[in-house]
Design a protein around this ligand. Structure first.
Ligand code: ADP
Ligand code: MG
Length: 736
């Protein structure tokens, strides 16, 4: 690294860590296990926290009951087995003022990590054990290894950055800090690709200061502005990539302008069916329900998208039970009307079968022109394509798709295999697929074009029932336009949710199930989540099913549904439950998505605290679909505050969006963003909860830069973006 021009971020990505002074083969390998290969990787390992060594808590000041962070040196350490067979590691930690005991259970490796002479931070609660102060299972950050050279250096800095040290890789926070410091010094001034007007408008510090401020702050006050600047950069890069992707798609699109007349949405149920009018009109006119105003608004947005030559990329968010299916069906009919086909992709086979049944029911009586048949019209053909079909059945569906004899196909991922070809694919609907990332959607779109003889981009409608807070949606679905169904069909009676903990409450819950069944309704029982494999979970569901049949639910017709059952077996159980041959369905979370049995009026969720809030809400949405009052009972005490807050929120709130905001607060965004399977461009510092203002600013600025074409005059910014996309993607995004 020379002293020449300001350094670009991408240059740092070209410098392997082995060029650093103290990094030889062994440390190169250790760093690689942490995913750190070059200097850029290193500089984006951010401190977990800081200790201000001028204001440190002395061990002698520490009192029983304190929650504290103590910096000390390990004096001795030993381990033994307890009577229960657990490993117990005992350490004595001291600073200049005193000492304290630290105990670890079931962490035998601590003995190797904390050898005597190691200096570390210990976070935990101080308890009293036989008159001595003690911390049990504290969080530990090793700061200085046992070797002398590092130890002197440790005494210098006033504010010390603590990095996520890794015992496994054998790297201490101090070593990481040392490599980072060397990198920063040798890199010298950094080039700042963000336009000056942006920095000024948002009062952001320059890039060089931000890197120094986060890694080597002179004082703690330097950290916040540094973090803010770096977080903004992450968000800006992400939003620029999304904006570029969007523009690129628009430029290369070969979309279809479907004839979807928004006026057709204004027909009321009960209208006489006129075969000369559009399928949408016939369908809505003959439907049981009037569209809710939210459905009408969303369909209006969809109609406008679909009529345009640009392919539609729209996310439809709607709480469970908001009526997404009707929206999807209407959109599908609009493409079928012009002789094209629609595909609906769902995550599970159970759901595929269920959609098949409801589509066939809902589209019954509708037909389309076909000159090959007598009368010039044939009924619509709705078919299933899953991995389960027999070879011959599958071939028949494939032939129908290729010839155009099949109008709608419902399936799982099996829809995306190479032998699937459409005569003219007009619309892809993805239901409940919040698990799809931006890249996968881009692939799907290409696939859609390649799959159809027309070589056009089908319109894409992604539906999700997992309400996503706005900020998270901007990141996860930044490539999509968004519509929201924010209204439930009228006449719904809100689900009453109860939390049963005591024996009496639990007994009352099972009595409620029996009462509802006696009144002709049905119930779900959701089995506890079990860690381990699907198989373990299935086994536990099998046991619970038996137990309930012998005890609480004795005498009722109780079925069982879990993920290890064969397809036809699952179908037949679902069918029996749907028909009412079964009163109760004991199930694992396979019923989480989309299952629709209006007669089901109670759901009992066992060990509810094990589930996430979004999942609980999703599960609860399986009841309350009919006209009867319905109930959700969550069973079991909560073992910690988080779980208590989750369950209380579930009891008190029915609005999925409100719950999603709470969920984001409780869980942090890691879990939500986990859905984005992206490498480097992952957000490390930016927080969707705390940086909403930065995110909005980044989106506004990115859109402006891309739409106004300013970005083309910012080669340095483009150069930087290349760090975050693979070559294929870069070619796609940056080719002129
Ligand atoms: P989700 O959005 O969870 O997929 P569904 O599409 O399954 O919801 O709809 C939930 C229930 O509401 C279904 O039983 C459906 O028939 C009913 N429904 C849908 N739209 C309306 C409407 N406009 N008026 C009354 N009921 C409706
Ligand atoms: Mg649905």
């Amino acid at each position: 690294m020379s002293e020449a021009a300001p350094r670009r971020l991408r240059h740092l990505g070209d410098v392997p860590v082995s060029q650093l002074r103290h990094v030889g083969e062994k440390r190169t390998a250790a760093l690689a296990t942490l995913g750190i290969e070059n200097v850029f990787d290193l500089l984006t390992v951010y401190p977990r926290r800081y200790i201000d060594r001028t204001k440190q808590l002395d061990l002698s000041d520490l009192g029983v009951g304190d929650e504290a962070a103590i910096f000390g040196e390990v004096q001795k350490i030993s381990s033994r087995r307890t009577k229960q067979g657990r490993t117990m590691v005992n350490a004595t930690v001291a600073d200049a003022t005193g000492s304290m005991k630290v105990v670890f259970f079931n962490q035998p490796w601590r003995e190797r990590q904390l050898t005597s002479g190691v200096q570390a931070l210990f976070f935990g609660k101080v308890t009293d054990y036989r008159g001595e102060r003690q911390m049990t299972n504290p969080v530990v950050d090793v700061i200085v290894g046992a070797s002398g050279e590092e130890r002197d250096a440790a005494k210098v800095g006033r504010v010390v950055a603590i990095y996520p040290a890794s015992g496994k890789a054998g790297l201490t926070s101090w070593e990481l800090g040392g490599f980072i410091e060397e990198s920063l010094r040798r890199a010298g001034p950094m080039l700042d690709p963000v336009p000056a007007w942006v920095l000024e408008e948002l009062a952001l510090v320059d890039r060089t200061s931000s890197l120094w401020g986060i890694h080597l702050p002179g004082e703690l006050e330097d950290v916040a502005p540094a973090r803010r600047r770096l977080a903004f950069d992450e968000l800006l890069r992400l939003q620029l990539l999304l904006a570029l992707r969007r523009r690129r798609l628009e430029r290369t699109a070969a979309g279809i302008a479907h004839s979807f007349d928004p006026d057709d949405l204004d027909v009321s149920p009960g209208a006489l069916r006129n075969p000369a009018s559009s399928l949408v009109r016939q369908f809505l006119g003959g439907h049981r329900y009037q569209l809710t105003s939210a459905q009408r608004r969303v369909l209006h947005e969809i109609a406008i998208d679909m009529s345009s030559v640009l392919p539609m990329h729209r996310l439809l968010q709607g709480d469970v039970g908001s009526g997404k299916t009707l929206v999807a069906e209407t959109a599908m009919l609009a493409v079928i009307d012009t002789g094209r086909q629609a595909a609906m992709m769902v995550p599970t086979e159970v759901l595929a079968e269920q959609h098949l049944a409801s589509l066939r029911r809902d589209l019954e009586g509708l037909g389309r022109a076909d000159l090959a048949v007598l009368g010039g019209e044939r009924p619509l053909s709705v078919q299933l394509l899953t991995g389960r079909l027999k070879v011959r059945e599958r071939q028949a569906v494939l032939d129908g798709l290729a010839s155009g004899a099949v109008d709608v196909v419902v399936g799982t991922h099996a829809l995306l295999t190479d032998d699937v070809h459409f005569r003219a694919l007009g619309l892809i609907v993805i239901d409940e697929q919040h698990r799809f990332g931006v890249e996968q959607r881009a692939k799907l779109r290409d696939k859609g074009r390649a799959m159809s003889d027309e070589a056009c981009d089908p319109d894409l409608l992604v539906m999700t029932a997992t309400p996503i807070p706005r900020t998270a949606a901007m990141v996860l679905f930044g490539d999509l336009d968004r519509s929201v169904l924010d209204e439930l069909p009228s006449g719904r009676i809100p689900i009453q949710t109860k939390w049963a903990v005591t024996d009496d409450e639990v007994a009352a819950s099972w009595q409620l199930v029996r009462d509802e069944v006696a009144a002709g309704r049905r119930a779900y029982v959701v089995c506890p989540l079990v860690e381990g494999s699907d198989r373990v979970e299935a086994a536990s569901a099998v046991n619970e099913h038996l137990r309930l049949m012998e005890n609480e639910l004795h005498g009722l017709a109780v079925g069982l549904l879990h993920g290890q059952m064969k397809g036809p077996e699952k179908d037949s159980v679902m069918e029996q439950f749907r028909q009412g041959d079964l009163d109760v369905l004991v199930a694992t979370t396979v019923i989480e998505v989309g299952v629709d049995v209006p007669e089901a009026s109670v759901m009992v969720i066992e060990d509810a605290w094990r589930f996430g809030l979004a999942q609980l809400h999703q599960l609860r949405g399986r009841v309350g679909r009919g006209s009867a009052s319905s109930y959700c009972v969550v069973l079991g005490a909560a073992p910690n505050d988080d779980a208590t807050q989750r369950l209380e929120a579930l009891v008190n709130l029915t609005d999925g969006f409100a719950l999603a905001e709470i969920d984001l607060d409780l869980r942090g965004e890691g879990t939500i963003l986990g859905a984005r399977q992206q490498g480097r461009s992952d957000l490390r510092l930016a927080s969707l909860r705390n940086d909403e203002d930065l995110l909005l600013a980044a989106q506004r600025i990115a859109t402006k830069m891309v739409v106004d074409g300013d970005l083309e005059h910012e080669p340095e910014m483009i150069d930087e973006l290349r760090l975050f996309v693979d070559d294929e993607e870069a070619n796609f995004l940056f080719k002129s």
